[in-house]
Design a protein around this ligand. Sequence first.
Ligand SMILES: Cc1ncc(COP(=O)(O)O)c(C=O)c1O
Length: 361
Amino acid sequence: MQSIKEAFDRSWVGLGPKVTEFEEEWRKLIGCALAVGVNSATAALHLALACFRFPEGKRVLVPSLTFASTATAVLYNRLIPVFVDSDPLTLGMKLEDLERKYDKDCVAVIPVHYAGHPVPMDRLVPWARSKGMKIIEDCAHTAGGIYKGKALGTWGDIGCFSFEEKKCMTTGDGGMMVTDDPELFRDVKAMRWVGIDKDNWKTAQQYVAANHDAMHWFYELNVLGYKYNMNDLAASIGLVQLKKLPGFSLRRSEIIRKYLDGLAGINGISPLLPFEPDVYPYQMFGIRKDKRDELMIWLKRKGIASGCHYTPLSVQPLFAEWGHNCPYIEKEADRFITLPLHADLTDMEVSYIIESIKAYR
Ligand SMILES: Cc1ncc(COP(=O)(O)O)c(C=O)c1O
């Protein structure tokens, strides 16, 4: 509340100094050259592809098991999504299917670190580079995860993070784009703000600073932009959440350890993937179970929220034209149940969830 109050006290709640401050803190966390705040990871993914100015109709490899935005960003850019099946163990893109689906019209690949579990970027990156493809990491499920000594989000050309309310940390809604290549981000600040490469905060400062100049209001439009900027209220929340992020991540890891211990050995139930809570921060936890719906109804009656992440995009009607080509995940996702995972979950609540699953027959 104090951080938000500062924005109100300055009478500046739009794109301004808090966004700049948050971008700098995020840049330091990830250890990259540049970070740009936007209003969602969806916006970040749209702009990330737009940065490359790919010719219309080129193809982009995306996992089928992901949230809509990974693939709608491809359509926003008038490109074609090519769905890739999941690795049965980790649920990241299956690298063999990636190689099989590749053709010379593929210009980019968007790996998703599903639940926060890293895609083996040490294998994916050299392969994608050898094909001349660009790599955009969808980091919506991670915040500060490190794979083989290198931060997730910095393995490819651009990393896209989400601060939507259920993510590792939140700004209500929000996102961040990161890169080590300043040339790639040459126009990105204009692209996030309707094509104007000068935010209102700078305009206001110029107004105050130069009495002899009547051009403080002036801007030029050189690129097609969108209304995708982060604002100072969201950034105020982000700055405080960022300080709490290490604590959030520790608590989520602790809860995952409790789930793994408590659910081990229950017949017919296995964790979604080989979670390593001592190594990676996770945004999601879940299990696999035959006849999943019956257990979901049981949990619902016990007052326990559950979900399924996700219906594979390759079976969604919107993507029918390019879909029905990921046989493993299109079947297996019917067995997925996501369980509650957030830093405020108490030990008692976690035990109650575990005991309720044990009691299910
Ligand atoms: C894998 C993935 N990518 C992208 C997004 C989009 O994030 P946002 O809600 O910030 O636009 C999400 C959101 O849930 C997601 O799970």
